[in-house]
Write a protein that binds this ligand. Structure first.
Ligand SMILES: [Zn+2]
Ligand SMILES: [Zn+2]
Length: 345
């Protein structure tokens, strides 16, 4: 099969013919129809991600058609499926109590096993996969990626956002934009923060109530003014110290901070204002992914038109075009997500 392989960090992915994946007993091989290009991939491509090494194939945001099924697979050849990025084992205590996104035996393609920047991808634990609704294009399904699912779980199961509350969102990349669209659907008011005016305007055109440019304004005081005393919920969607502190700072008393961005750097250490957390009696949530069982409800809402996530996907690219998308993440990126939909070149 054709695949985009990391040969050296920070250099163009190498388009190569590599052996087809072996079908897992407990899973399937998918012919990949679309695969999102994600900031997590960027961290792998630069060598910052401990599980990504030269020779690896990225790609954890994919959908496709089953071309081979293992003896114990749930799905059959021909099924069109979408996969959550966390493939949970299904049998451990975490999986059996509904929190499969915390499964200790989880597999994430692209981070330790070959991902879907390729014509084919092997998917173990295929009970995590769900049928792709007829009306949803592969590009849109892949565009859901880790971002829409992670944002949905962060808002509903972690922060428990309620209608009428103010939600601040720091970073308007894929996750930030997803969180904005979903928070609006839940009836919240949303203020978005970024350093790129074009992205703030884009977020406002899609429904954000207010926007703050962190270069031009003091984020926390601007948000305190806009929200009349601070946000109820604040979503940190970048994983860096400055925005984590801005998030804590912009909250009102008893506010809820959700750390959605994967903390950058080798150790993930940050200096945060603990006195602010103490003094305002804040809640501080970590979150990662979404249990696969929540997928059908999210897909249903999208199909019913309760939330329009089409603006999430802004560019369809070729397999070889993924390199330029990764390189572009070194600096401020344009709005929306790129999805690989052409695996022939
Ligand atoms: Zn498990
Ligand atoms: Zn992702």
């Amino acid at each position: 099969m054709r695949a985009a392989v990391i040969r050296a960090f920070n250099e163009d992915l190498s388009i190569e013919t590599v052996p087809d994946p072996v079908c897992p007993e407990n899973g399937v091989v998918l012919k990949v129809e679309a695969c999102g290009v994600c900031r997590s991939d960027f961290h792998g491509w630069t060598g910052e991600h401990p599980k990504v090494k030269p020779g690896d194939i990225l790609g954890h945001e994919y959908c496709g058609t089953v071309v081979e099924a293992g003896a114990q697979a749930k799905h059959k050849v021909g099924a069109r499926l979408i996969a959550p990025f966390i493939l949970a084992c299904g049998s451990c205590p975490a999986c059996q109590t509904g929190v499969s996104n915390t499964c200790a035996s989880q597999i994430v393609p692209g981070f330790g096993t070959p991902g879907a920047y390729a014509e084919l991808v092997a998917v173990p634990f295929d009970h995590n996969l769900v049928p792709l609704p007829e009306s949803m294009t592969p590009a849109l399904a892949a565009g859901l990626g880790c971002r829409v699912t992670t944002a949905w779980h962060a808002l509903t199961d972690r922060a428990n956002v309620r209608a009428g509350e103010w939600v601040a969102i720091h970073g308007t990349g894929g996750i930030g934009l997803s969180a904005m669209l979903l928070a609006k659907m839940l009836g919240a008011q949303v203020v978005v923060v970024d350093v790129v005016d074009e992205k703030l305007e884009h977020a406002k055109s899609l429904g954000a109530d207010a926007a703050v440019n962190a270069i031009k304004e003091n984020v926390a005081s601007a948000i305190h003014d806009i929200t009349g005393g601070g946000a109820h919920v604040s979503i940190e969607a970048l994983g860096i110290e400055a925005t984590t502190n801005a998030s804590i700072d912009c909250l009102r008393i008893l506010g809820r901070h959700v750390q959605v961005g994967m903390p950058a750097g080798e150790t993930g250490m940050m200096t945060v204002n603990m006195r602010d957390i103490y003094g305002k009696q804040l809640s501080f949530f970590g979150t990662r992914g979404m249990p696969a069982w929540k997928y059908p409800t999210l897909l249903d809402m999208i199909e019913r038109g309760q939330v329009d996530i089409r603006p999430m996907v802004s560019r369809e690219v070729t397999l070889s075009g993924a390199s330029a998308e990764l390189a572009a993440m070194r600096g401020p990126t344009p709005p929306g997500t790129a999805v690989i939909t052409d695996f022939t070149q």
